[in-house]
Every structure is written in structure tokens, then in C-alpha cells.
Unconditional design. Structure first.
Length: 310
């Protein structure tokens, strides 16, 4: 089944599914699987390891002939040369996040790139449109990762933004299958972004301990951290460590990521923070990305066909 929306037309993809730009995780092994499955694979920059990112872009071109993009996470990569870096890699699609869309959008657009900005609220969406973005990724507070401390759910935020802007919207937060994609489209979105579902896929490079924790999690097994700052808020898997952080706070939330490699790739979930969305409570198995996407499309068709009609 094919779905044609402004998102698929703009990005040249077969399925209106974009992969979240997860630091250290969204690299060629995983992102090429997303692109080859008909979605939009994204290479991260939030790790700050630009030499490694350059290598991952080269690997992407070896592993797929399908479209892919790069995320520019402004809070983590502050050097303006990141834009020249992305342009020089021949990338055609960029998502910007964790910063002011006014900073880089014009430079990217002048170089001929398609630009989407990630927003957590209506004010951010309006500013991004003013900056000239081609589309928006509208991220509800139930999603994993870094968040606005004044979080709004996807169910409320997506239609609020859709009603206020003319650019196409990608819904993010709580999306993992055809049922949730159908809900996002009913809210006015024209594409969806998946994070936790792809994080737990067979091609994901993270340790099996993290994948198993997601599969075994309930929807209440995440915590919302650092709501009062300093620094950004975030949603993560509930562990003894993150439960303590939720109760006591942290003077330096970024410092809690010092042992990220142990968490992500050695499977020590108590060594730091495993960013995970509430949708973990609906994920019950580890599957290849292509199977996830095929099942999503089939379920979308079944769900929309079965909706009550007057």
C-alpha cells in the first residue's frame, strides 16, 4: 500500500515514516534499514562526533540508494560550521531541533536543502514557519528524549499546530504502528516520526538489555526528568537511577550522560539515562524495520477502512 502526502512528495519516500535522530544510535546501520524499508532514515549529529558522522554518511550511500537526511541538533552542535559540513556532504534533507529555527533555516534553504524543524508547542511552530521551513515535526510530550518542560500531548498539540500553519506536519510522540499513524492522520498530520519503536528494532545497535526493557515495559515505566531545570527536560526509561533523578533532580542533567556508551551499547541501564517514550508500553517484540513498516501500512489500511461512517 502506498500513501501519498505532501511529506512523501517533498522527501521522495514511499512510506510517510521518518526515523528519530537518536544520538549515537541513528547511524548507517539503523538509518539505512529505515530508508531501504521506504521511510526516511536520519543520521544524527547530537553526539558531536562529526568525523564519525561524516563516515556514517559515506556508509549510508554504500548501504542504500534511497533518500536519507541529517539532523542538526543545535543545543549539542553549536559550531555554525555544522551547516557547511552538512551542505558539503551533499545532503538534501535536514531536520533542525533543540534551537532557534531562525539560526540556520535560511542558510540551508539557500543551499537548496529541504528543511523541517522539530517543535514542542504552537509558538515554536509559528516561529519555524516564519523562518521559512518546508515542514514541521510536531513532538508530543509522551515521546522519548529531550523535551520542553511544559509538555503537551500529541493528541492536543498536532491539531493545534495543523490548524495554525500551512506547511505539512509530521506527528511525533506515541507513534509505533498503523493504528497510531491513522490517529495522527486524523489529527491532520501527513507523516509520522517513530523513535522508540525503531530504537527497539532488530537493526538498532543498542544493547539487547535496553530492547528487552522496552518490550517488558508498561506505559507507566518512563519518567519525565528535569522539569524544573537547569537545562532541558527529558523522558527516559524508569530505572533505579532515573527514578531517583525524578525524585531528587540533578544539578547537571547533561552530566548524567557521561556514561552513555555503557548504557547504550554495554547494556548497563543504571549507568546513565536510556531515553525512551511512553509507547514502550505497546511494544511487545523486536522486529526488523521492514517488517515494522509493512505491518504499519497494512494496519493503517485496515483501521481506516474499518472506521465508523455515517
Amino acid at each position: 500500500m502506498a500513501i501519498r502526502t505532501r511529506i512523501t512528495e517533498l522527501l521522495g519516500i514511499e512510506k510517510p515514516i521518518i526515523q528519530a535522530a537518536m544520538g549515537w544510535i541513528a547511524r548507517a546501520q539503523l538509518s539505512s534499514a529505515v530508508s531501504n524499508a521506504g521511510g526516511m532514515g536520519i543520521i544524527e549529529t547530537s553526539s558531536g562526533e562529526l568525523d564519525a558522522v561524516r563516515g556514517e554518511i559515506i556508509k549510508m550511500r554504500m548501504l542504500t540508494d534511497k533518500p536519507f537526511g541529517v539532523n542538526v541538533a543545535q543545543a549539542f552542535v553549536r559550531d555554525p560550521e555544522i551547516i557547511r559540513f552538512v551542505i558539503d556532504q551533499g545532503v538534501k534533507f535536514v531536520t533542525t531541533s533543540a534551537g532557534d529555527p531562525m539560526k540556520y533555516t535560511a542558510m540551508l534553504k539557500d543551499a537548496g536543502l529541504t528543511v523541517f524543524h522539530v517543535v514542542p508547542n504552537l509558538a515554536g511552530a509559528l516561529r519555524a514557519v516564519e523562518a521559512g521551513v518546508d515542514g514541521l515535526i510536531v513532538e508530543g510530550g509522551e515521546g522519548g528524549g529531550f523535551k520542553n518542560p511544559k509538555d503537551v500531548s500529541t493528541m492536543v498539540l498536532v491539531p493545534q499546530v495543523v490548524e495554525a500553519v500551512d506547511v505539512p506536519v509530521v506527528a511525533a510522540g506515541g507513534i509505533m504502528d498503523g493504528r497510531t499513524m491513522a490517529a495522527a492522520f486524523a489529527l491532520g498530520a501527513e507523516g509520522v516520526l517513530m523513535g522508540t519503536r525503531i530504537l527497539s528494532s532488530a537493526e538498532s545497535p543498542v544493547h539487547d538489555n535496553w530492547k528487552r526493557a522496552i518490550v517488558e515495559a508498561d506505559a507507566t515505566d518512563t519518567v519525565f526528568l528535569n522539569r524544573k531545570g537547569p537545562g532541558p527536560a527529558l523522558r527516559a526509561l524508569r530505572t533505579e537511577r532515573t527514578a531517583r533523578l525524578a525524585a531528587e533532580g540533578s544539578p547537571n542533567i547533561f552530566g548524567e550522560f557521561a556514561d552513555t556508551q555503557r548504557v547504550y551499547f554495554a547494556g548497563d541501564l543504571e549507568a546513565g539515562i536510556a531515553l525512551t517514550g511512553q509507547v514502550a508500553g505497546r511494544i511487545h517484540d523486536v522486529k526488523p524495520v521492514a517488517q515494522i513498516f509493512d505491518e504499519t501500512m497494512r494496519e493503517y489500511e485496515a483501521v481506516t477502512a474499518g472506521l465508523p461512517r455515517g
